[in-house]
Unconditional design. Structure first.
Length: 206
């Protein structure tokens, strides 16, 4: 791997293996198929690959600037059997398709244990914080989930990541209501684990 270097301006045209996204004011890692890597602080119109840090938002006005835009994706998170077992214990859902590896391998159509659907949904706040980090908050509330659809089972040891688009932002007497279209993507799978629209309420200090 070549040493990292600082770049300015607009990233090169997309090549094989690139993911193109747009973000303003973020330090990002650009990797070419040959293995060379560059670090760039990009402008709003710059197409990039994968960012190393989340978007930082400190006010309603800053959040509003991203309305209607794809915000990017989180890092991949691996689903382990330990995590599935702990979720089963916490929710009292010990169905064999989740917790009995031997039976799941022999009888399940998936050939392995699968994560609880609600386990994958519960990862939303954790993965969302890797895409956007809110500062200057008095309070944050998980308000609503709309049109949640489970599309694909997540087998044990799969890696998942969240992709998010900010659909709308409204100011409700000083509280920001943000509706976000989400998809939980499974690595090397054409179908997401689920899609839906989540709503968060943010009460900024100023």
């Amino acid at each position: 791997m070549q040493p990292a270097r600082k770049l300015g301006g607009t990233a090169p045209q997309a090549r094989s293996g690139w993911l193109r996204r747009q973000h303003a004011g973020r330090q990002c890692l650009l990797q070419w198929p040959g293995g060379s890597v560059a670090v760039a602080y990009i402008r709003a119109s710059t197409a990039i690959t994968a960012c190393m840090s989340p978007i930082i938002i400190s006010s309603f006005q800053e959040l509003e600037q991203y309305e209607g835009r794809e915000l990017g994706s989180s890092a991949y998170h691996r689903i382990t059997q330990e995590q599935i077992d702990l979720f089963a214990r916490a929710t009292l859902d010990h169905q064999w398709i989740h917790v009995d590896a031997r039976r799941a391998q022999a009888e399940s159509p998936f050939g392995a244990p699968i994560a609880h659907g609600y386990l994958t949904v519960s990862l939303l706040p954790y993965l969302w914080a890797q895409i956007v980090t809110m500062h200057n908050l008095k309070m944050q509330v998980n308000y609503e989930i709309e049109s949640l659809r489970f599309n694909q089972a997540v087998t044990v040891e799969s890696e998942v990541r969240l992709r998010a688009t900010l659909l709308s932002v409204k100011n409700l007497r000083g509280i920001a209501k943000a509706r976000i279209e989400v998809a939980l993507e499974i690595k090397n799978s054409p179908k997401p684990a689920y899609t839906g629209v989540v709503t968060f309420l943010y009460h900024f200090t100023s």
